[in-house]
Design a protein around this ligand. Structure first.
Ligand SMILES: [Zn+2]
Length: 314
C-alpha cells in the first residue's frame, strides 16, 4: 500500500517539470531503461570494455520511443492528462514541433555550454525573440570547465540583464562518465561551490542547480545558505541512483530548510513513462507532507519562474 498522502494528490493538480530534453531519436542510444539502474556499479578493468551507460536488465524496463512523432504524441498526451508543463531544451526543430502541438504545456529553454555554441549577440537575439524564456541546460562540466569560467561570463550577463532564469548542470555523471562518452568530464567540476564566483559577479542572476549537485549535499546546502536566490532540481538522479539514496538526498535538503527551493525535474529524454516513474518518487515520499509535495511539484517553480498560477487551473 502506498502511504495515504500519495493518494491526496489528484491527477489534475498541476505539475511543472523544469528539466526535459528535446532530442532527435538516435537508434544507437534508444535502448530501454531500468529505473534506479545505478544501484549496482561493480566497476571493472580498464583493459575490458567500459560499463554500459544504461541498463535494461530488469523485469520491467521502460520502453524507449521508436520515433520522434511517437515521443511527441506520448509527451503531449501525458502533459494533458496529468496537467504537466515542461521547461524543455535541446534540438530546436523538435522543440518547435512540441511547442506547436501544445504551446500551453511547454516553456522553451535555450541551452549553451560553450562559447563555441553561438556568439553572445546571437544568444541575446535568441533570448529576445519571444520563443525562448529560460537559459539551460548549461553543462560546462562535461567539457572540463567550471560554471564560473570567464568564457561563459558574457552569456550569463545577458541572462542577468534580460531577467532570464538559468539552469546549470552540477554533479551526477552516472557510472564511469569519464570512461564512456565524456573524457573531459571531471566529478570535481560539479562542486556547488564553483558557482560562487559566478553568483558574485552577477548578483541579479537567477540560477537553479540542476541535479542538486548530487551527491555533494553539504556544499549544496552551504551554497544555498549563502545565496538566498539559488534553487535546485531533482532531475536525473531521481530515477537513476539507488532509490533509498535519492530519498535520503531529497529529505536532507528539506530537513536543512530548503523545501521551498526544490524544483521538480525529470531529465526526460526518450522514455515517456519515465515521467510517471519519477513523479511517483515525490508522490510516494512518506517523509514529505502534502504541502511539501505540492511545493516541489508546482509551487516552487511558479515562484522561481515568475509564472501566474491561474494559468494552470483546469
Ligand atoms: Zn544535466
Amino acid at each position: 500500500m502506498p502511504p495515504a498522502s500519495a493518494q491526496e494528490i489528484q491527477p489534475h493538480e498541476p505539475i511543472i517539470d523544469v528539466h526535459v530534453h528535446a532530442m532527435k531519436l538516435n537508434p544507437n542510444f534508444a535502448s530501454d531503461l531500468c529505473p534506479w539502474f545505478l544501484s549496482n556499479m561493480p566497476g571493472g578493468d580498464p583493459n575490458s570494455p567500459p560499463p554500459s551507460f544504461m541498463n535494461a536488465d530488469c523485469v520491467d524496463p521502460l520502453k524507449a520511443a521508436t520515433s520522434d512523432q511517437e515521443m511527441q504524441d506520448a509527451l503531449v498526451e501525458v502533459c494533458k492528462r496529468l496537467n504537466i508543463t515542461m521547461v524543455a531544451s535541446g534540438d530546436a526543430e523538435i522543440l518547435h514541433h512540441w511547442y506547436a502541438a501544445a504551446p500551453e504545456h511547454f516553456i522553451p529553454s535555450l541551452s549553451l555550454s560553450s562559447a563555441e555554441d553561438m556568439t553572445v549577440q546571437a544568444f541575446e537575439d535568441s533570448l529576445s525573440n519571444g520563443f525562448y524564456r529560460v537559459m539551460g541546460e548549461v553543462a560546462p562540466q562535461y567539457q572540463g570547465m567550471s560554471p564560473s569560467d570567464l568564457s561563459l561570463d558574457a552569456y550569463f550577463g545577458v541572462a542577468e540583464k534580460l531577467g532570464v532564469p538559468v539552469g546549470i548542470h552540477m554533479g551526477t555523471g552516472g557510472n564511469g562518465m569519464a570512461n564512456i562518452t565524456a573524457p573531459k568530464y571531471r566529478a570535481s567540476l560539479g562542486r556547488p561551490f564553483l558557482l560562487e564566483d559566478l553568483l558574485a559577479r552577477h548578483p541579479k542572476l537567477k540560477i537553479w542547480v540542476m541535479h542538486a549537485g548530487y551527491p555533494m549535499i553539504d556544499e549544496m546546502i552551504a551554497l544555498m545558505g549563502a545565496n538566498a536566490y539559488v534553487y535546485v532540481d531533482v532531475a536525473g538522479f531521481i530515477w537513476s541512483y539507488p532509490l533509498a539514496e535519492v530519498n535520503a538526498y531529497i529529505q536532507r535538503l528539506v530537513q536543512a530548510g530548503f523545501g521551498k527551493r526544490i524544483l521538480y525535474g525529470t531529465d526526460l529524454m526518450i522514455w515517456p513513462k519515465l515521467l510517471e516513474t519519477s513523479i511517483g518518487v515525490i508522490q510516494n515520499a512518506d517523509y514529505l507532507s502534502y504541502d511539501q509535495k505540492r511545493d516541489i511539484l508546482f509551487n516552487n517553480a511558479v515562484r522561481f519562474f515568475n509564472l501566474d498560477p491561474k494559468q494552470f487551473e483546469k
